[in-house]
Design a protein around this ligand. Sequence first.
Ligand code: PLP
Length: 386
Amino acid sequence: MRVYLDANATYGPLAEIEHKVQSLLAQSYNPSSVHAEGQSARATIESARDELAKLIDAPKSSSRIVFCSGATEANNHVVHLPFLSPNGYGSEVNHIVTTALEHPCIIEPAKSIPGVKTCFVRPNNSFQITPEMITEHVSEDTKLVSIMLANNETGQIFDVASIASAVRAKNPKALIHCDAAQAVGKIPVSYTELGVDLLSISGHKFGALTGIGALVISDAVESKPYIAGGAQEHRWRSGTENVVGIGSIGLASKCHQLNGINIQRAMLAEKEMLLSVLSEISDIEHHIPTDISTLPNTINVRVHGIKADDLVVALDLAGVCISSGSACSSGKPLPSPVITAMGFSEEHAKETIRISTRGDHTDAEIEFAANQIKGAIERMRSKRAA
Ligand code: PLP
């Protein structure tokens, strides 16, 4: 038996997409071509755009969805966006405000743009990022404020709507961005209610194929492509479109519109079953206090005395997929920057595991996984003690 509990790394294609892969492949023509094959590919793209817009409540009258390769590209585009004009880089005092909990595809570009000062806000003692903690750093030089909706490692959900409205009041010219890569498909996401200018989406985090994502952009934002050389995606993102990937986002969006609430309930039921078994194990420490909202599918805990990487390997051999920290940064033997940014030690971070449910397992499968997790921890601890 294999039980997949690593949905935050990638959800895996929804069954609906697996069933329709052949018909998606048949659409893989150039959507810019005028012939019927091209126009059929174009229709697939436009229908996917409509379905995604419905899922995330992005009005066609005031915003557009630009498909790209994923949230990494969308986030890099956003960080560079204020500076993508002649003399934009390093020509004046520029300022970005974000948090130290963001994904590396925000943190790294924000650190590397010439002439840009970036402020990385850290959570307070109660693990929150409040509007005041952000606006304190916003000035008239601030060009961009970027806050994630849900953290990939801890599952913590941030009050982006309140932060956006406080930032708008202080500097109406600053662009406001939200990285919603981990939120779409796990909680209801409304672009309109968040009140941001830009929203990043990752297809494979909610059941579409890997290598496809989108950036939602308010019509008030001046068009500045990050990848130039063609006029695709309303001139916002050049390159022949990934028709199969885009088609899969359309199907995943439709599926979450119809069944999202049930998927989210099932994720939570799996999480609760796992939490109840984890509570029987000694010396397990939860990072996020229970009064803070978290994703319905994410568990992030320190297992005292056990190296998370060793536990992940042991569980893989036992048929259970979990991860230590963020999959995007695994391979690097570094402690999770998210856990250390929350004020925990490096040793603490190295003993941290992430379990993220998908909501499609039977009770017997979850029970099997929970027992494997418990058994592996007990075996590794007794080996250490021997
Ligand atoms: N933003 C967050 C919060 C993520 O968790 C991830 C991936 O884990 C990304 C961005 C990057 O997404 P993608 O894999 O679509 O490039």
